[in-house]
Design a binder for this molecule. Structure first.
Ligand code: BG6
Length: 483
């Protein structure tokens, strides 16, 4: 039997904790998925008691959860698990209270919802104050570095205190139900897998569109941009799940081994190819859902008159291996686009020989919608029911709505799955060190190539689908973005 688990959340007063972590834990409580003996320590700097901490947390959670917020009984049951431990993270002597709270006969799951610059000092102080004496695991949030060098530094710092089997690196996209469904779709449906290569597929598009702007995070965001904030992690993970070979099991090692091969097989975007393969954009003012919104340089907190940080990026990528030879992957992601949408679209090739005449060649498309309206749509071709028209063809969607047949009336948040897995010691939806470092290697080269060739950001209006050049990126190949 697995030992009881204690969850220790550093940064418990922060925005991520109130917006995502505690609501996710609460939903697990509501579904009776937390073991009765699981304890939660909320760790933050402020010197206060649990009675001061909880009402503030409850109010913040209510503002994010709306109608789903806990009622009195649920809140009482949930918070029975809680302790509040105040620690100034930079001060080793302040860890004594935490040491007293820990119980080495149980598993300590440390969750770092803090800026990455604190990962190393917190680990060091936990170690010197003997807080890592028992069976410990650690969960860390992105970003793991901002380039290859700094990601190695962060990983090295973690590796000094934890072995790789105890480090859970979060990419919250992997916790999304529909992202996990990609594995099922590919590897539990024989007919799909046998058509999943360059003999049948023409190209693949991955779009992650966001309506939000930078949400008050200007100084953070201006140092990273959409490439580091979204492509290095989320889009890269989606691409790996789409492109990887079948793993031999669902074990973390097997899945990670296959994913990392894809990142290594990604063709480097060098100085010669960058202008043809990358389009960067930055939003100017515009309209989102009927409301006027400011441009990036007029956002609250903006510190500069100009900036070359991209809020949009489109990339034409290639995976250089046998299966994907000649199949481009078009990736695009941006802030302040007209829709919030995450979608993978598999475009199949034209028929090798068309017996139905002109206008009948409607290539199949498989649309995997990750959010919103999670589901899969396969556009098939069928005969139009008609006596007048002898053989007229039409595109017809086979539509699979994931909400049908679900045992839940809502799609669970990614953090619910990730918490459950971390508690149960399952690393398969967490990112391995090699994947992260290989992915930074590719990104670093792309950034350097953009800098050397002067690939600057192009303006686009908030509420549009990005700069016009992004249309050209795909249209010059006689293809178009899926809308
Ligand atoms: C985060 C990024 O990792 O993902 C944010 O830092 C982005 O900038 C967010 O808005 C998008 O996540 P989701 O789940 O809303 O698609």
């Amino acid at each position: 039997m697995m030992a009881a688990v204690d969850l220790i959340i550093f940064g418990a007063s922060g925005d991520l904790s109130a917006r995502k972590l505690f609501p996710a834990l609460f939903q697990l409580e509501r579904l009776s998925l937390l073991e009765a003996d699981l304890r939660i320590a909320a760790v933050a700097r402020t010197e206060q008691g649990l009675d001061d901490f909880l009402p503030v947390l409850r109010e913040k959670m209510a503002s994010y959860m709306g109608d789903d917020a806990p009622d009195e009984d649920e809140w009482a049951r949930f918070t029975q698990r809680f302790s509040y431990v105040s620690v100034n993270f930079a001060e080793p002597k302040e860890y004594a209270g935490l040491r007293d709270w820990l119980d080495d006969s149980r598993i300590s799951l440390f969750y770092f919802a803090t800026p990455p610059s604190l990962f190393a000092p917190i680990c060091e102080h936990l170690s010197t104050t003997n807080c890592l004496a028992g069976d410990c695991r650690i969960v860390v949030e992105k970003p793991i570095g901002e380039n290859l060098t700094s990601s190695i530094q962060v990983n090295e710092a973690l590796a000094r205190y934890f072995n790789e089997q105890s480090i859970y690196r979060i990419d919250h996209y992997l916790g999304k139900e529909t992202v996990q469904n990609l594995l099922v779709l590919r590897f539990a449906n024989r007919f799909i897998n046998s058509q999943w290569d360059n003999t049948c597929i023409d190209h693949i598009q991955i779009t992650v569109g966001e309506m939000v702007g930078i949400e008050g995070r200007w100084s953070y965001y201006d140092n990273v941009g959409q490439l580091r904030d979204m492509v290095q992690n989320h889009l890269m993970q989606l691409m790996c799940l789409v492109a990887m070979e079948p793993p031999n099991s669902l074990e973390a090692e097997s899945i990670r081994d296959e994913k990392v091969k894809i990142v290594r097989a990604l063709r480097r975007i060098d100085e010669r190819s960058v202008a043809e393969h990358v389009v960067r954009g930055q939003y100017a003012d515009g309209w989102i859902a009927g409301a006027a919104v400011p441009g990036y340089l007029n956002e609250e907190g903006c510190e500069h008159e100009s900036s070359d940080t991209e809020t949009y990026i489109a990339i034409k990528a290639h995976v250089d291996n046998w299966r994907w030879s000649g199949v481009p992957f078009y990736l695009r992601t941006g802030k302040r686009l007209p829709e919030k949408v995450t979608e993978i679209v598999i475009h199949y090739k034209d028929l090798p020989h068309n017996i139905f005449g002109d206008g009948a060649n409607i290539p199949n498309k498989l649309v995997i919608r990750l959010q919103p309206n999670e589901g899969i749509e396969l556009s098939m071709v069928s005969k139009k029911q008609s006596l007048k028209e002898r053989m007229s063809l039409q595109g017809y969607p086979l539509d699979l709505d994931f909400r049908e047949g679900s045992d839940m009336d809502r799609i669970p948040d990614a953090y619910e799955r990730l918490f459950l897995d971390a508690i149960n010691g399952d690393q398969s939806l967490f990112v391995g060190r090699e994947e992260i470092e290989e992915s930074w290697r590719w990104i670093d080269q792309l950034v350097a190539s953009c800098q050397k060739q002067g690939v600057k950001v192009r303006p686009y209006h908030a509420g549009s689908w990005g700069p016009a050049k992004a249309e050209i990126l795909i249209e010059k190949d006689f293809r178009s973005w899926h809308v």
